[in-house]
Every structure is written in structure tokens, then in C-alpha cells.
Design a protein around this ligand. Structure first.
Ligand code: ATP
Ligand code: MG
Ligand code: FE
Length: 345
């Protein structure tokens, strides 16, 4: 069947259509510009924007695929993690489509979506593979076997901030525009990555080899900005980006080596970063590890990735979500399917 995927966990409203591992069409709307003046996502604005965008985005995805509503055979929706009001609008829309069309509904974990995004470009994931999920709210090193059937093993996670959060917050103190990650990426092009020796947190002999920490780096960058009010911002951006890319790729490649895994997959918004991509390529080549990174548009939030998980679940014969499926704004990733139920009070 054709699976309609709906994503609305943050400020992107996404719809995608996938069948048999193939992306048939997609559409995306973003309320990013509405949040820019506040310097970060405002939950109420995001939820209202989803409400307005969901119908048009689903129709645009169908048009993109050359399909009609009647062609949809299943619906998949992000049930968490994310902003609760934002998630709720997407889940309400997905339930309506599924009920009206008489097709099954699947609840999907947003991070499983980021992982599955890569399959739309590079085909089925090799079993096993190490996946570095690096996004606005998460930074995790995973051992993935069969995404639709098996639990995901966490090799390590961030103990504080996510890498994307670090980019976003440091961009603010450097006076770079919102959203910070892409702004740091472009400012870094004019800077010297060796100009400032920012720390490489959670590296060295006595720390968890696969855990991450980015809040100290954020503080170090803020302190640098305070001490150098007229400092060269591109140098700071390049040096910070180098520190983040260095830690991320070193740990990811080390995890592949230690587990004898031949493929590293890097996904999530920060996988769009130029230096993360280049350094991952360099280090994987040196270690004899195959690297898979989806194109930039598939790294950041989108509906296609949620449809991709739905398609995997359908083909694995997974049970659809119960009709009272709810949201879980802070669900950790254990399974690709996430189907919390409404609490009865
Ligand atoms: P999560 O997936 O953890 O719930 P999210 O959905 O908000 O969070 P994504 O959409 O996956 O996050 O990614 C957004 C993050 O990626 C932001 O922190 C953004 O700054 C960062 N990002 C996007 N492009 C780049 C880039 N080129 N360089 C660095 N960071 C980037
Ligand atoms: Mg976003
Ligand atoms: Fe995301």
C-alpha cells in the first residue's frame, strides 16, 4: 500500500508518500520565519501553524506523487517526541485521514523517522549498522539491526544538550541569525577552524567512549564571545563547528570499530552540517567503514521519513496503533513504532 506519513513534532509540517521503500511524493511547510523574532520555536505558534498547514501539505504531497486521497493505504504519524501541541495537531489530522479512508494508522517515533530517512535515498539499512542521530533535541549513537522489528540499542547519548542545541545557542551569543545551525555552517566557511581551541568534551581515557556532552562547549563559546566583543565571528563559528564535528565523528567511527560494524549512518538536522559530513567521510574512509548520509533535505524534519517508517512497519506486519493512540512528548527511542494510549483518569 501507499503510506501517507505526517510529521508535526516541531516547526516543520511535513507529508510524504512512500510505497515499497520508494518515495513517491512529499511536501513541507515551515513556521520557522514566525519564530525568528523570538530566537526560538514558540510552541503555540508552531501548533497553530500546523493546523493551517496540514491539509494543504497533504494535498501538495499527493499532487507531487500524482496520487489522490483514495490511493492512500495506510497513515503513519509522529506521536513523539516533540512539542505536545504540535504533535497533537498532526495526530488529530492523521486519525481523521485514517478513519475517513478506512485504513490503518501507525504511530511513529520521530527519531526512527530520522533513521529511516536514509533508506529513501540509499535503500534498506545494512544489518547491523551504527547510526549517529544528531539533531536539534537529540544526540545518540545507536546500534540498529531491524528497525521495524527489533529494539534499537543505545550505545551512548548526550548527557546534557544536543549538538544542534549547542549550534543554535552559540549562534545567538555570536549574533548570528536564527536558526543557528545553518548560520554557523555558512559563517564557518570564512573562518579558521584552528583559530580557537575549544574543548573536545567527553573525550579522553576515563570517560564513557560513546556518551556526548555539549553544554560545556556552549559555555566555552559564550565566554569567548564575552571576552572578545570584537572577535572574528567566522573564526568562532569554524572553531566550534570543528570541535562538534571532531567529537561526533571520532566517537561514531570508534563505535563501528569496537562493534565490528561496517556501516555508519549519520542522520538528523546536524547531519546537514558541511564539516560533519566532510569529517565523517574522511574518517570512515580511513577506518574502512562505509558511510551513508542522506541529502540535506532528508536530514532535517520532513514527512517522507515518517512515511518511510510506516512503510517498514506495514511490510513487517506490525500491529497498527490503537484508535485511542496518544502522544508522548518525551519518549526515548526504543522501537520505531510509538503508540502510547490516552491515560484514563
Ligand atoms: P529532534 O529531531 O531532536 O526532535 P528537531 O526535529 O528540532 O529535533 P532536526 O529538524 O532534526 O531537529 O534538526 C534541526 C537542528 O539541526 C537544529 O538544531 C539546526 O540548527 C540543526 N541544523 C540544521 N542544518 C544545520 C547545519 N547545516 N549545520 C549545523 N546544524 C544544522
Ligand atoms: Mg525545524
Ligand atoms: Fe527532528
Amino acid at each position: 500500500p501507499v503510506v501517507l506519513g505526517i510529521e508535526s513534532s516541531c516547526d516543520e509540517t511535513g507529508a510524504g508518500l512512500v510505497r515499497g521503500g520508494r518515495l513517491l511524493g512529499q511536501a513541507l511547510a515551515s513556521s520557522m520565519d514566525e519564530h525568528a523574532r523570538y530566537g526560538g520555536v514558540v510552541p503555540e505558534i508552531a501548533a497553530r501553524a500546523h493546523l493551517h498547514a496540514l491539509g494543504p501539505v497533504v494535498r501538495a504531497a499527493l499532487t507531487d506523487a500524482g496520487l489522490g486521497l483514495r490511493d492512500i493505504g495506510a497513515v503513519a504519524v509522529t506521536t513523539g517526541p516533540g512539542l505536545s501541541g504540535a504533535l497533537q495537531t498532526g495526530v488529530a489530522a492523521a486519525k481523521s485521514y485514517a478513519y475517513a479512508l478506512g485504513v490503518p494508522l501507525y504511530g511513529v517515533h520521530h527519531l526512527a523517522g530520522h533513521v529511516a530517512a536514509d533508506t529513501l535515498e540509499h535503500g534498506p539499512l545494512p544489518d547491523p549498522c551504527v547510526v549517529l542521530v544528531v539533531s536539534g533535541g537529540h544526540t545518540s549513537l545507536l546500534l540498529v539491526t531491524d528497525l521495524a522489528r527489533e529494539p534499537v540499542v543505545h550505545l551512548g547519548d548526550t548527557v546534557d544538550d544536543a549538538a544542534g542545541e549547542c549550534f543554535d545557542k552559540v549562534a545567538r551569543v555570536l549574533g548570528l541569525p536564527y536558526p543557528g545551525g545553518p548560520a554557523i555552517d555558512s559563517a564557518a566557511r570564512e573562518g579558521d577552524p584552528r583559530a580557537i581551541g575549544f574543548p573536545r568534551p567527553m573525550t579522553g581515557p576515563r570517560v564513557d567512549p560513546y556518551a556526548f556532552s555539549f553544554s560545556g562547549l556552549k559555555t566555552a563559546a559564550a565566554r569567548w564571545a564575552e571576552r572578545h566583543p570584537d572577535g572574528h565571528v567566522p573564526d568562532a563559528a569554524a572553531s566550534l563547528q570543528e570541535a562538534v564535528a571532531d567529537v561526533l565523528t571520532a566517537k561514531a567511527v570508534a563505535a563501528c570499530r569496537a562493534h565490528g560494524v561496517g556501516t555508519l549512518v549519520v542522520v538528523g538536522g546536524v547531519a546537514a552540517n558541511s564539516r560533519v559530513r566532510a569529517l565523517a567521510e574522511e574518517r570512515c574512509a580511513a577506518a574502512g567503514v562505509a558511510l551513508r548520509v542522506p541529502g540535506r533535505a532528508l536530514c532535517t524534519d520532513n514527512g517522507a521519513m515518517i512515511a518511510a517508517v510506516g512503510d517498514l512497519l506495514v511490510r513487517a506486519g506490525a500491529d497498527p496503533a490503537p484508535p485511542d493512540v496518544s502522544i508522548d512528548p518525551s519518549a526515548p527511542l526504543h522501537h520505531a513504532a510509538l503508540t502510547p494510549r490516552t491515560a484514563v483518569t
